[in-house]
Write a protein that binds this ligand. Structure first.
Ligand code: ATP
Length: 600
């Protein structure tokens, strides 16, 4: 950067103007982000599922678009020679001043960093110029806003049932409930079970976040009960029944169930938040083990999530001493995967070349990962964080891993005495590869675990199919088992849309020669898939075969896949339940007055 001495007053004015441009850029971003979240309410009320899906997908790109717009504006407006070091330093101070009354200051800081890092050289990425250490406190203190973050209800006065009804009515959903009284009675019964025989204390209250959480075809009421010094989180999913009326589908209390709802394997929620940090703080009181980074991400603020994740990661590096090494399991042909044993994530680097039978390119692999980022992951695909130029301390790399990186991805590696810099990588939650999980379960003679994993594996495939995803080769090594023992897919380079695949029955052999042929004698198109063949490479192990055939034999028929494809082509958007079916009210009431939820 050229150093020209500008009069102090002038440089200060330039810095102020740039700060205001960046702040306005952020405000525009957040206004559009909120508008989408506000529209989600309407889509839900009208059952406009396809519009809701599109809005959720498009919102993911808002941030980068606004950053690019802002960078462009600054580049058009200012000569490089006007942007002295002095201007950059002052710019940060002006910006801090603009955030004093701001409702999303932590997001605005991150936006500032994104814009400046696009313009500044890497040597300027320090606290003098950008927010390496955040200035604002993200622990929010409630202001006098007209719209509070959460509402508080004291059931002591009017009784629990009346309070719950009022609470639900306060969301002013413009769609009728099928039978609110019946549903509220079920929620009440469960809440009463939860409070059990606890004496009700004078502070007995229900706190409920002011915005509903929208995702797919559901709206979720998120809150907690407080009694004395105990807190009881709860979430009530609201769905449409087949007649387009609203029903309360269940109430979730257990941390694990709530954690699964907020999992890294799901699409981001649409929530109308004026003060996002206050939402994060509330949610952390429900899910204390979930890092703030993951909560921001699941609220659709994925750039903030990424920033906080990186800060946590640096902190972890400082407080650990183990070495990065290859991730356990079968090595990938496309990805080089490594991990730090003390850290629950893996790092994935696209190799420079791929051996046969892989016929792909780096750009295509990146495209597939991007597809997953924008797609509804339905609880069955791991979210990935994509980073550029990540610096690792050289001393923490095992010699083998470093050699492997240099051998398979030399174009992505830069190094000096102290650091290894990887130009592009993905970070993803670490799981136990399903092939390892199955062989461990077998070694321990745990048939129950083998059966559980195979049921989950088949369910994962079926849910991916419902979301129009064909996972390519379905080998166990491409799936992982989470700490909640759910099976999740993580190998995206061969992913296709179900609607792009041709599911075929293997043709009958017409001659003995064809019958005996080791190679397929019939023509195979690029998108042809023969489900009858899956068993050959999946079911060699008799125990696995037994459970697979018991629970998921339909996956081996072309008819199953063709029928699912037809449903998608007919415009069906399937329900995704982020909680077990047996928890649903309609699955419990023996009188079954509750209408089934629409599968449409
Ligand atoms: N999230 C994860 N948690 C734990 N291990 C993982 C994870 N992702 C990948 N691995 C490990 O790294 C290996 C390779 O990863 P991945 O399947 O993504 O690579 P790939 O090159 O696309 O594989 P393939 O050769 O099947 O195409 C996996 O088999 C597994 O052992």
């Amino acid at each position: 950067m050229t150093q020209i001495a500008f009069p102090k007053l002038l440089s200060s004015q330039i810095a102020f103007d740039i700060a205001r441009t960046i702040r306005d850029g952020f405000d525009k971003h957040y206004r559009l982000f909120r508008e989408t979240s506000q529209h989600a309410k309407r889509y839900f009320e009208q059952g406009a599922w396809s519009a809701a899906q599109t809005a959720a997908r498009e919102r993911i790109d808002f941030y980068d678009k606004r950053v690019q717009e802002c960078v462009q504006m600054l580049e058009d407006e200012y000569e490089e020679s006007e942007l002295s070091d002095e201007v950059w330093r002052e710019l940060k101070l002006h910006y801090i001043g603009m955030l004093t009354e701001h409702k999303q200051p932590e997001l605005a800081e991150t936006f500032f960093n994104s814009v400046c890092c696009n313009i500044l050289h890497r040597t300027y990425f320090n606290n003098d110029y950008i927010f390496v250490r955040p200035v604002v406190s993200t622990e929010y203190i409630e202001t006098q806003d007209p719209a509070p973050t959460y509402r508080v209800y004291y059931p002591g006065k009017d009784g629990l049932r009346h309070t719950l009804t009022r609470m639900l009515r306060n969301f002013q959903l413009d769609c009728a409930f099928a039978d609110l009284e019946r549903d509220v009675a079920q929620v009440e019964a469960r809440l009463q079970q939860l409070f059990g025989s606890d004496r009700l204390e004078p502070n007995h209250q229900l706190q409920v976040l002011t915005s509903l959480f929208y995702r797919n075809k559901g709206a979720y009421l998120v809150g907690k009960g407080i009694n004395g010094n105990r807190e009881y989180p709860f979430v009530v999913p609201i769905l449409h029944n087949r007649h387009g009326k609203l029903v309360l589908d269940t109430v979730l209390f257990e941390q694990q169930q709530i954690a699964v709802l907020f999992s890294f394997t799901r699409a981001y929620f649409l929530v109308d938040m004026e003060v996002p940090s206050a939402y994060v703080q509330f949610l952390r009181s429900l899910l204390p083990r979930k890092p703030r980074s993951e909560i921001y991400t699941i609220l659709g603020l994925q750039k903030q999530g990424k920033t906080l994740f990186y800060r946590d990661y640096l902190q972890h590096l400082k407080h650990s001493s183990d070495h990065f090494e290859s991730a356990p399991g079968i090595r990938g042909l496309v990805m080089l995967v490594f991990a730090l044993p003390s850290f629950p994530y893996v790092f994935k680097v696209i190799k420079d070349f791929f051996p046969p039978p892989k016929e792909t390119t780096r750009a295509q692999v990146q495209q597939k990962y991007l597809l997953v980022k924008h797609h509804d992951r339905v609880g069955r695909m791991a979210d990935t964080l994509e980073y550029s130029n990540v610096a690792f301390p050289r001393a923490r790399f095992s010699a083998e891993l470093l050699a492997e990186l240099k051998q398979f991805a030399p174009s992505l590696i830069e190094e000096d005495q102290e650091q290894i810099i990887i130009r592009h990588l993905y970070i993803e939650r670490r799981m136990v590869p399903l092939n390892m999980w199955l062989s461990n379960a077998e070694k321990e003679g745990r048939d129950d675990l083998v059966e559980h994993a195979i049921i989950e594996y088949g369910n994962a495939i079926k849910e991916l199919v419902a979301a129009n995803i064909f996972p390519g080769d379905m080998l166990y090594k491409n799936f992982g088992v989470t700490r909640h023992q759910r099976v999740v897919f993580y190998d995206y380079d061969e992913i296709e849309y179900i609607t792009d695949c041709q599911f075929r029955v293997i043709p009958q052999a017409r001659t003995e020669e064809e019958e005996m042929s080791a190679e397929p004698w019939y023509p195979i198109g690029k998108h042809d898939v023969f489900p009858e063949q899956f068993g050959t490479f999946l079911l060699g192990n008799p125990r696995i075969r037994k459970y697979f055939m018991q629970h998921h034999a339909d996956l081996l028929t072309a008819q199953y896949w063709q029928a699912r494809k037809q449903r998608i082509e007919d415009g069906h958007i399937e329900d995704v339940f982020p909680y077990p079916q047996h928890l649903r009210f309609c699955k419990q009431s023996s009188s079954s007055t509750q209408p089934e939820i629409q599968h449409a």
